[in-house]
Ligand binder design. Structure first.
Ligand code: ACM
Length: 268
């Protein structure tokens, strides 16, 4: 199975330009699962709710999803991309999935980061998609900070974690290596690059998109300066082997009776 990432430098608000660039780069690759960054079509730093409302799109039905469906069909691609989703009167920081056959599904970010909380509604469920026999768990950027998410996705069968991102903190990529080791899965982190300046606000994104294997080894990565499309061949069966030694298995050795406070909101 071929999996990859497209690292991009979106221009805030220039949806058509950002989507055209992504489609043109995606046209160079075929027969693969490709992950794009969080909010790749709009940019990240919304100044207010009106700005978000003017740029958010329906999924399916909006311009970005339609363009992604076209390139997915032409090039036999499964594409997972970050998008500001308009759903009734709510707005979600979402990751949409489109298949070559035109199937669409959506994950809505559960753990909103910083000012995202001002405009976006928090998602209420986790997401796994099936591509043939393979299972892909989707989460977005700051969701990495909650190891429970990757754990639950793995326990529900995910073999690959798809991680559209706009990483700002310096350790997200390293943490993803740990998510892979502790769950015995692959992960595709598709980050963005560039600095976004909006009024008095400014953020620099860290690039470093990567594909990590179930032992925490980086199979392929990008720097923090340029847009980059990278694809690798993986043996997805490796994610089914949860043995760490001949006497240790990361699923079977768990002792869930000791972990019940994980599922409670209050810790005392
Ligand atoms: C982030 O969740 N975009 C840092």
């Amino acid at each position: 199975m071929r999996i990859g990432f497209l690292q991009l430098r979106p221009k805030f608000g220039a949806v058509k330009q950002n989507v055209r660039k992504a489609v043109s780069l995606l046209s160079r690759v075929s027969d693969a699962v490709i992950v794009l960054p969080e909010l790749f079509n709009t940019g990240y730093l919304f100044r207010n709710a009106d700005e978000l409302a003017s740029l958010a799109e329906k999924v399916p039905g909006g311009y970005t999803t339609s363009e992604m469906k076209k390139v997915a069909k032409c090039n036999n691609l499964h594409i997972i991309f970050g998008i500001a989703q308009k759903a009734k009167k709510k707005y979600f920081n979402s990751a949409a999935y489109v298949s070559p056959k035109g199937k669409v599904s959506v994950y809505q970010k559960v753990h909103l980061f910083d000012r995202e909380k001002l405009f976006f509604t928090r998602g209420k469920s986790l997401k796994i998609i099936s591509i043939g026999e393979a299972k892909f768990g989707i989460f977005i950027c700051f969701d990495w900070s909650f190891p429970e998410v990757a754990r639950v996705l793995m326990l529900q069968g995910a073999q690959v974690l798809c991680h559209p991102s706009n990483l700002i903190l310096p350790y997200g990529q390293d943490a993803m290596k740990m998510r892979c080791i502790e769950n015995g899965v692959f992960a595709i982190t598709a980050n963005r690059i560039g600095t976004e300046r909006r009024g008095t606000m400014s953020l620099t994104f860290t690039g470093g998109s990567q594909i990590v294997d179930p032992r925490g080894e980086v199979l392929v990565s990008a720097g923090d300066r340029s847009e980059s499309l990278k694809v690798v061949e993986i043996d997805i069966e490796r994610a089914n082997d949860k043995n760490i030694t001949s006497n240790n298995n990361i699923v079977e050795d768990r002792v869930p009776v000791l972990y019940s406070c994980i599922a409670r909101k209050k810790i005392r």
